[in-house]
Design a protein around this ligand. Sequence first.
Ligand code: UT7
Length: 333
Amino acid sequence: MTSGLAVPTELHHARITGTGSYRPKRVVPNSEIIEAIDSSDQWIRERSGIESRHRAAPDESVVDMSEHASRAALEYAGIDAGELDAVIVATVTHPYQTPAAAPELAARFGSTAAAFDLSAACAGFCHALSVANDQVRVGTAEHVLVVGVEKMLDFTDPQDRGSAFIFGDGAGAAIVSRSETPGIGPTVWGSDGEKKALITSRNSWMELAEDRDMPWPAIIMEGPSVFRWAVWSMAKEAQRALDAAGVRAQDLAAFIPHQANVRIIDQMAKELGLPKDLPIARDIRTTANTSGASVPLAMDRMLREGEVAPGGLALLIGFGAGLVWAAQVVTLP
Ligand code: UT7
């Protein structure tokens, strides 16, 4: 029996054609947060690599931050917002259950493109990149705006010793467009929901509604367990992404992992046997962990500061709450 449905049969190639980023003006050095958690600047630098983070203004929303990063990415890619067919916002800190941030963002450009949010925490951008790639490959879109954005400090308990120093705010964006040559390798991704308690909101909105004495649903984590999982399991996933793309470590122009902890980044580089002189994103020092925004923020910084040449191959990996992860090799714009 034939269905009679007309479906696309031709596949296209997709690549990243531009990136952009936004870091809020206010810089919060470690010295400002250590008293509340009985810590020190030295401990935070040594255990995480973080020196400072950016904090959004109270009235600055994830949509505001996304707009700045997106305008820069559109300019880089040289396309008009009117050409966008889809807008995907990866975030876990848009403070409305509904509507999503993406339609509001699209409207800022006068765009009526398909627009939706994607919830995959620190792996959000790499998930969204995979979805955008598939859209362009199949032909449901020709240009997709992908944003990773977080206002993490609104969901951080400044008195929680295990997380107060880790997080920061910011937005990173990329344009994924149809291209003549392949520019986004196969995504290696997965989840382990059995470990959902390792990084989680402290309680649910319903628990807070039922008992107003409940603490704010800040994001907390079992740091050392997450650390071990990231170091031992995620390097293997990154290697699988290299293998799936048919790329060797020596072929890479950059390694741009989620910015969770500089020690995790260094250990992953070691496990992967990356060349000693390979540029590796260490944006965490002054941007901290911005969850879904960390990979595009780091990528855009490396490109704009000339740390990596345009057109080279970069290995990306995001991992975090869920637990979830996603990795792929991309050609830099
Ligand atoms: O983005 C999503 C994915 N997230 C991650 O990948 C985060 C992964 N985890 C980490 O990055 C690390 O676990 C942290 C940076 C969060 C913590 O570093 P750690 O080396 O795992 O510290 P720890 O919790 O094992 O604590 C080591 C010591 C303990 O003291 P003793 O028992 O050795 O005397 C803690 O009490 O450091 C102490 N400590 C602190 N000291 C000062 C724990 N937290 C602090 C603190 N300031 N904030």
